[in-house]
Design a protein around this ligand. Structure first.
Ligand code: OXD
Ligand code: MN
Length: 594
């Protein structure tokens, strides 16, 4: 396969001159190609073939031990002006960025093959979609990209002889954390990632293109690239309403996107349609409303905690054609992870490749995990039992509601609705989550994460808020905006809300509010459900607990508002005045409450 695109061919040649691969192979997306690459990776040890009777089409991979998560401190936005990257991003000039990375890339592919992956984020040819080409020396990356995006010949054909594409260069180099850089050059539509083999750093269509670079394109071209799941809720009359939801990493986007309706609501006959679990590209379509596509075609989900209770549809999705990374490998060549299904295996090889037995401790007396806490599965959406029938639709789905959320043990009510779009943008901009034991740092510490985009917004976040306000003004009918908190705890630290499938009760209220058919009380935060407006049939939850879940602690909110004010200082005069005025209004509503 070759390309008639002169600029693409020249760029591939230039990058090859720098990296010096022994071979260059163009990826065509065929089944034959997949078999050939897998065979090569089995032979080299890059991949292990799993038990083909029990897990057909599945393979196993381990990353280097110091390469198991996104490395935000090594992730940079490279713009001519520092202020264009803003206060929430690491910054370098493009000149510095290219020079530093070039020194690492130089000759790094000697003895290796450089794969050229043409890929489309979004259906090929859709006006919502963007094309990228990733060069990589990793077969693991090629096989993941084949699941996560649309790759190969049809993309090249769409690109034609002169189409625009994002230039994505990835090289493993020596996988040394001191020689690792994830660089974004929005002014050149370019991404360079070197020294890592971890998905979030190297599947360049995902966080790097579909969020960091796409957010800058969206600002320029008048659309939105967001860290959001997209799902449809169908009622027995066949009507489907779609919603998009932004939660910080590790707050359950994947679980919510493929939720199973709870027993108590079974009589209502709801059906869930999964459109995406991580990224939404949203545009105002010709009807003046907001429409969304999921630019990806796969899930790159966290394995630990995924089981038949928390996410039965994910469990079904990963039974075939799945890449498992850093989970426990069992002697029968199947896989296991903590809080997964099935009995705890008596033995296996842990994510580092060492012999493992349950309860084994390290030299500090800490239990050794079989799977890394951030171990992953890469699986095609098409295998998900709730996969939406609109995944290939060029205009995606119309969005009725946008939901923000985070982990707040004491503060935020279970759900509340913004008064209007501008107030909703304020709620998104002040979104936060408290650290859990699974993350580095102090447990309970509040991390502000506006729209769940803190690590993913490719430009100045003050301008990003402005863009949100501007988009709202440009819509004929704005989706309503909500905030949810599944993680509220009682005084003893016990979760008050059961979560998972039961969350549909809250989505039901949200969607009814979009049709003006559910009751709510006015509070300083926004509209909160009345007790009787939520359908709790079949759920054993006391009235007192529900009251507590919906309650607002005025003193805690006073402190929270002070915290919003100091957070806003970070953005200086690029904070839109509308957000400052929303804070003043919130303070006023509290001062006249009750
Ligand atoms: C992810 C993340 O991997 O948000 O999706 O970190
Ligand atoms: Mn994510």
């Amino acid at each position: 396969m070759t390309s008639k695109h002169r600029k693409l061919a020249e760029w591939v040649k230039d990058m090859a001159r720098m990296c010096q691969p022994d071979h260059i192979v163009w990826i065509d997306g065929s089944e034959e190609e997949k078999k050939r690459l897998e065979k090569e990776a089995f032979a080299s040890g890059e991949l292990i073939q799993l038990n083909q009777n029990k897990l057909p089409g599945c393979v196993y991979h381990r990353t280097a031990q110091n390469d198991v998560a996104r490395t935000e401190h090594l992730t940079f936005i490279c713009t001519s002006k520092k202020s264009d990257a803003g206060p929430t991003n690491n910054w370098m000039t493009p000149r510095q960025g290219y020079a530093k990375a070039r020194a690492i890339f130089k000759n790094s592919m000697r003895g290796r093959t450089m794969y050229v992956i043409p890929f489309s984020m979004g259906p090929v040819g859709s006006p919502f979609s963007k094309i990228g080409v990733e060069l990589t020396d990793s077969i693991y990356v090629v096989l993941n990209m084949r699941i996560m995006t649309r790759v190969g010949a049809e993309v090249l054909q769409q690109l034609g002889s002169n189409g625009a594409f994002t230039k994505c260069l990835h090289g493993k180099a020596d996988l040394d954390i001191n020689r690792r850089l994830i660089l974004h050059f929005p002014e050149d539509n370019t991404i360079w990632s070197v020294g890592s083999g971890y998905g979030g750093n190297v599947l360049l269509g995902k966080k790097c293109l579909a969020l960091r670079i796409a957010s800058t394109m969206g600002q320029r071209e008048g659309w939105m690239a967001e860290h959001m799941l997209i799902m449809g809720v169908e009622r027995p009359n066949g009507q489907i309403q779609y919603l998009a939801a932004a939660f910080p990493s590790a707050c359950g986007k994947t679980n919510l996107a493929m939720l199973v309706p709870p027993q108590g609501l079974a009589r209502k006959g709801y059906k869930i349609w999964t459109v995406g679990d991580d990224i939404a590209w949203m545009r105002i379509d010709s009807d003046g409303n907001l429409w969304a596509i999921n630019p990806e075609t796969g899930f790159f989900g966290v394995a630990p905690g995924t089981n038949s209770k928390t996410n039965p549809n994910a469990v079904k999705t990963v039974q075939k054609n799945t890449i498992f990374t850093n989970v426990l490998l069992k002697p029968d060549k199947t896989v296991w992870w903590e809080e997964g299904d099935g009995p705890i295996p008596a033995e296996g090889l842990d994510w580092r490749g060492y012999p493992w037995r349950p309860g084994q401790k390290d030299e500090n007396g800490k239990i050794i995990k079989g799977a890394h806490p951030n171990s992953r599965f890469t699986a095609p959406i098409s295998q998900c039992p709730t996969a939406s029938f609109r995944l290939q639709h060029h205009h995606g789905v119309p969005i009725s509601a946008i939901i923000f959320g985070g982990r707040r043990a004491r503060l935020a009510p279970l759900v509340y609705e913004a008064y209007n779009w501008e107030h909703g943008v304020y709620i998104g901009a002040t979104m936060a989550s408290e650290r859990t034991a699974a993350q580095m740092g102090k447990v309970g510490e509040v991390r502000r994460d506006p729209m769940a985009m803190l690590p993913f917004c490719g430009y100045h976040m003050g301008d990003y808020f402005k863009h949100w306000l501007h988009m709202g003004k440009a819509m004929k009918k704005q989706p309503k905006i909500f905030h949810v908190n599944w993680f509220r705890q009682d005084q003893s630290g016990k979760f008050l809300w059961p979560g998972y499938g039961e969350n549909l009760r809250i989505l039901e209220w949200i969607l009814a509010r979009c049709e003006n058919t559910a009751e709510a009380s006015k509070t300083p935060l926004g509209y909160v459900p009345t007790l009787r407006s939520l359908d709790m049939t079949g759920l054993d939850l006391s009235k007192q607990n529900l009251q507590e879940l919906l309650s607002i602690d005025e003193e805690a909110w006073k402190q929270e508002m002070d915290d919003h004010e100091s957070f806003f200082k970070l953005f200086g005069n690029r904070l839109p005045k509308e957000l400052r005025s929303q804070l003043a209004k919130l303070r006023r509503r509290f001062s006249t409450w009750k």
